[in-house]
Design a protein around this ligand. Sequence first.
Ligand SMILES: [Zn+2]
Length: 64
Amino acid sequence: MAPLTSRRLAGRRRTLVEPLAGLGPILRASLIERFTQCGKPGCQCLRGEKHGPATYLTVSYPRA
Ligand SMILES: [Zn+2]
């Protein structure tokens, strides 16, 4: 296998990035699934059968 020179790495990066240029707007976000406990006395969630999953989309913005 050829050594990973900076030139080879730049070429590899270009190969990976070029197909992304045709995409539309990209949302900088994460999709998260959470399981929760409601806190009601006697509820099954207190025995480990938590409620959910609830799905959340968290969007982050780069620092200004
Ligand atoms: Zn519960």
